[in-house]
Every structure is written in C-alpha cells, then in structure tokens.
Write a protein that binds this ligand. Structure first.
Ligand code: DOR
Ligand code: ZN
Length: 356
C-alpha cells in the first residue's frame, strides 16, 4: 500500500464491545469508565461471584452498572450495558420468557470449571436442552465459552475438541438458535465459524490478534498475558487475522477485557484475564493496521455485531489519531489495589481523541 494511503485519522461508527467483564462494587466503578468512553454498548458477562443467574439479579446488576457510568455531560454517560444470564444445568425454561421481557439479550454457557467463576456452569449441555429450546423460540442468543474441561485434553487443544464434541451437535439440534463462539483462538474455530451458516458468529479479542503463546514466556513468565482460552501458536493467530481481513460479518469485536487486581495476577496461582479496556480500540487498530486492513475495522467494531444481535447501529462516532502515547503501567483498582493493563508502560501508535 502506498504510504499516502495509510490514514492518520480514523473516524469509526461508535463501536460496541460484544464481550466484556466489568465485575461489581468498587472494581466496577474503577473499570467501567474506560469502556464507556470508547463503546456505545457492551455485552456484560455474568460470571460474578455468585453468578448472575436470574432476570432479577441481572436487572439489579444493570442498575449498578448504570450508576458507575461517567456523569451526565461527560463522554460515555450514555453507555448502555446489554445484560446476560449465566446458564446452569438448572436454568428453568420459564426464566427465558422473563428474561426476554426484561430486555436481556443472551445466556452465557460456561462449561463447569472452564475458567474464572465457572464452577456453577454447565456439566452436560444436554441438561440445558429444554432451556435452549425456549431461547431458540424467544430469540435469545447463546454465548459460548468454547473449551472442553476434560483434564485429559491438552489445554491448547480444548477449543478444537469443543467444536467436535459440543458445537457440532448443538448446531444440529438447534439450527435456529443464534450462537456466538466467544473469543476464538484457533484456526479450527475460525474455519468452523466461517462455514457454520448465518446463525453462528464469533468474537475476536485484540490480544488474540496481537499475540501468540510466546508472549506468555517472553524473558520469564508473564502473567498479564495469561487468559482463557490461552494464547495459541502463530499459525492460529494468522488464521484469526485472515478471518478479520476477510471482512466477513460473522466476526466482530469482543475484548474479553477481564480485570484482576495486580496482586491476583502476580501470584503463585494467577487468575486468567487480560485487562485491555483502557486502550481497546487502539489495540484493535494496531492489529488491523499490521495486516493492511484498517478499512475493515469500522464494520468489525461497529456494524457486524449489531446486525447479528438484531440491534440498530450506534449513531455517533469515535476518532482515533496516529499519535504515540504511553499507556500507564498501573492504574487504581477497587479499594486501594492497583491493576496493570495489557501493554501498560509501553507506547501505543493510535490514540482515541473524541466521541461525538
Ligand atoms: O481470561 C479470561 N478471564 N477468560 C475467561 O473466560 C474469564 C475471564 C475472567 O472472568 O476473568
Ligand atoms: Zn470472558
């Protein structure tokens, strides 16, 4: 591409984050403003402790999120959380009608034990079939953490095995259910989603686009690069880049920004999650630019997600400028703790300058 064709300013449809963890309480107040200043809406994950299992709990959580938004008149004051429920073996089918009427858009399937706060998750997907039927009927989406939990399966293979063992039977049995394969990390998942038909889509994180598994071991063990599904080999990262470069509307933005206090990450047992909210769009811009696909970023971030969820696009815009800046290494988090964002202390090439 000639140098003159590379833009220094990117004005994007105000995007949405289709996969986000904002926690609760003081942690929620610390992290929500980072997302609200970039994104119009976000799909909020329900893996609190205890999990958000009922419509009533989701509506109460929504109020706490609204209360944590920037003040009226400030950028992000109009941010809208899109609520989800945590699917369990025992979620009653009747809950789905209540959820639909309350504006809840999706349920999240965590295979029990797959990741942070997933102990109450699904032990066997067949136990949820009557609830999935109700979701298919009511038009609620199923959001999937796509990893098997069998300890005999290598951690790096768990997503690929999930496709064979769970996704394919699920698609066969519920062809009209809209399913989002969250935070895909492998060529297997990218190819599966591309070929699975119009009711299957995927979110892709910035960190899985920017890094392969070497990042976890660069000069020593790097806990801030540890997330689930774990970073994979370079061949898989390349497949994710190809998927977004294709411009297919079945792939869209979902940061999986997952805040954990620095003391929890830098510990003998490190929680899974990369905190990317403070520079989410900037990191995606870097990934798209690395493959000469900046022209595909707007649709990936602001068009494909609403189309799949059946929601209108946001009306405003955000602007990114090519302007080097240093992301703080550490930020305040909850009660006197600190948090380290991914790439903290490093220089980023793009910087958000305004929201209109
Ligand atoms: O890295 C992750 N962190 N993956 C998940 O699935 C959960 C998340 C969290 O809640 O911290
Ligand atoms: Zn997540």
């Amino acid at each position: 591409m000639p140098v003159s064709a590379v833009p220094d300013t990117l004005t994007l449809t105000r995007p949405d984050d289709w996969h986000l963890h904002v926690r609760d309480g003081a942690a929620l107040a610390s992290v929500l403003p980072y997302t609200a200043r970039q994104f119009g809406r976000a799909i909020v994950m329900p893996n609190l402790r205890p999990p958000v299992k009922t419509t009533g709990q989701a509506l109460a959580y929504r109020e706490r999120i609204l209360a944590a938004r920037p003040e009226a008149g400030q950028p992000g004051a109009d941010f809208e959380p899109l609520m989800t429920l945590y699917l369990t073996d025992l979620t009653p089918p009747e809950e789905i009608r209540r959820a639909k009427e309350a504006g809840i858009v999706a349920l999240k399937l965590y295979p029990a034990g797959a990741t942070t706060n997933s102990d109450a998750g699904v032990t066997d997907i067949r136990k949820t079939y009557t609830t999935l039927e109700a979701m298919q009927r009511e038009g609620l989406l199923l959001l999937v953490h796509g990893e098997v939990t069998d300890p005999a399966i290598d951690v790096f293979d768990r997503e690929a095995v999930f496709i064979d063992q769970v996704m394919q039977p699920l698609r066969r049995d519920f062809p009209e259910l809209k399913v989002v394969f969250e935070h895909i990390t492998t060529r297997d998942a990218a190819q599966y989603v591309a070929s699975a038909g119009a009711h299957t889509a995927a979110t892709v994180t910035a960190h899985h686009l920017l890094y392969n598994r070497n990042a976890i071991f660069q000069g020593g063990l790097r806990p801030h690069y540890y997330c689930l599904p774990v970073l994979k080999r370079e061949v898989h990262r390349q497949a994710l880049l190809e998927a977004i470069a294709s411009g297919s509307d079945r792939f869209f933005l979902g940061t999986d920004s997952a805040p954990h206090a620095a003391v929890m990450k830098e510990a003998s047992v490190c929680g899974a999650g990369c905190f990317t909210a403070p520079s989410a769009l900037e990191l995606y811009a870097e990934a798209f630019e690395s493959i000469g696909a900046l022209d595909k970023l707007d649709a990936f971030a602001g068009h494909h997600g609403p189309a799949f969820y059946g929601l209108p696009r946001n009306t405003g815009t955000v602007t990114l400028k090519r302007e080097p800046w240093t992301l703080p290494e550490s930020m305040p988090f909850a009660d006197e703790a600190s948090i380290k964002p991914l790439r903290g202390g490093e220089t980023l090439a793009w910087r958000q300058c305004n929201v209109v």
